[in-house]
Design a protein around this ligand. Structure first.
Ligand code: PLP
Length: 350
């Protein structure tokens, strides 16, 4: 079977980065304490506290869906609701995990340009909640970077958290691509999280070069009480946690996470510039590792026939090309030349 080219289908198609691979080997040297009582997990939690410059509570889970769903379940009672963007991963790509883990909370999607929360739309959604007859709004959830690859600046996050606080609500940040956002912002992680009013961050590692592993970071320890029980009951307490923690620690040491994120972001810029110079429309500002382009259906089909996998993200004609940390110049050039060839085929067919 010929392997179809997966480079731009998702950042999850990328492999394990060398530093993470080496750390996995190191952690495999012999017996070690189970269930997170090992030295790698302890050091990882310390490193996260150092990175965020605050005494936060850190939990390791295997994937982003679990991180989001468990974090939101911690913030919400079953009668609460979570306001999110209409493109939010939690609402579109997690099979109702948040509703399931919260045991009844409702996600309320709202529109907003560039994939970002628009507080006027949130306000409008809030006015549609009728006291006892609707879920009680409890959380605003935003993705950093967003599902369309844009990045919130600290002022934007502060404005959203101020809005939330005024209404007794909390701010949750889905940071599946937090590294990509920080690589763009070049700010201290605290500036876009707890200092900007974020209550809990799901800090992604998988898309940044791990095999698996995401962190749930509570900046206010009052909010994390008994969260360990929730993680265990949800089936997310890894018994050999060192194999999740050691590679993650390797990413966060020596700024490997930022190096990987920069590589992915730079690849996306190159791909976007290449497509733009061939006349393609790039739909959203390229601020992380995603490129969204409007493509003619025949062109998209023709590129697929040339072996590339990628997905339509927004109907009717907006396609998503993701760059992983491992995206190469060769893959970008090969894609661009197939794009050009596909476009001339499509125009010749007319
Ligand atoms: C990938 C992603 C996640 C996590 O997805 P998993 O497949 O469960 O690891 C969460 N949020 C966003 C915005 C994502 O892109």
């Amino acid at each position: 079977m010929i392997e179809r080219r997966q480079e731009f289908a998702s950042d999850n198609t990328g492999g394990l980065c060398p530093e993470a691979g080496a750390a996995l080997q190191d952690a495999n040297a012999g017996a070690a304490a189970a269930y997170g009582d090992d030295q790698w997990t302890q050091r990882l939690c310390d490193r996260v506290r150092e990175l965020f410059e605050i005494d936060c509570d850190v939990f390791v889970v295997s994937n982003g869906t679990a991180a989001n769903a468990l974090a939101l379940a911690q913030l919400c009672q079953p009668f609460h609701s979570v306001i999110c963007h209409e493109y939010a991963h939690i609402d579109n790509d997690e099979c109702g995990a948040c509703e399931f883990y919260t045991g009844g909370s409702k996600l309320i999607p709202t529109p907003g340009t560039k994939g970002k929360i628009d507080l006027r739309e949130v306000e409008a959604a809030l006015t549609r909640q009728h006291e006892l007859h609707s879920h009680k709004p409890r959380v605003i959830s935003l993705a950093q970077a967003t599902e369309v690859g844009t990045v919130y600046v600290p002022d934007e996050v502060r404005e959203i958290s101020a809005f939330a606080n005024k209404r007794g609500m909390f701010l949750h940040m889905d940071g599946a691509r937090f590294a990509n956002a920080i690589a763009t912002l070049r700010c201290a992680p605290k500036e876009i999280t707890w200092r900007a009013g974020v209550e809990v961050l799901c800090f992604g590692g998988t898309k940044n070069g791990l095999a698996a592993g995401e962190l749930v970071v509570f900046f206010n320890k009052e909010r994390s009480a008994d969260f360990g029980y929730r993680v265990k009951q949800g089936g997310h307490l890894a018994s050999k946690m060192r194999f999740l923690a050691a590679p993650c620690l390797a990413l966060l040491a020596d700024e490997v996470w930022l190096k990987n994120a920069r590589q992915a972001n730079e690849a996306a810029l190159k791909l976007a510039n290449g497509l733009r110079s061939c006349g393609a429309e790039i739909v959203f500002p390229v601020e992380s590792n995603a490129v969204f382009s409007r493509l003619d259906a025949m062109v998209a089909q023709n590129i697929r026939e040339r072996g590339w996998d990628f997905y339509k993200f927004i109907e009717p004609d907006i396609y998503r090309l993701m760059c992983a940390w491992s995206a190469t110049e060769d893959a970008i050039s090969a894609f661009l030349s197939d794009f050009k060839a596909a476009r001339s085929c499509a125009s010749a067919a007319r």
